[in-house]
Design a protein. Sequence first.
Length: 84
Amino acid sequence: MNGTIERKGETFGAGGLVSLIGLLLCLTCYGAIVGIPMMIWGHANSYYPMCSNCGTKLASYKVRICPACGTNFNCIPPILRPVI
Ligand SMILES: [Zn+2]
């Protein structure tokens, strides 16, 4: 079985929460110093790799076989594809 690694967004996960706190900190002058890195970190961490076949959260984009359903990811990881 073949499948792809999907890039799944998580708005209300830990990454999304950190991103939101960072955004609020950016509204104050000194808060922006820590707010901007928090937003960047939060945004990067609010996405995770997911199996296109069964929807299982994967450890990384380097995973070649889904641990849950055994799908093969013999394709270019979505992270290398141009963002539309
Ligand atoms: Zn799977």
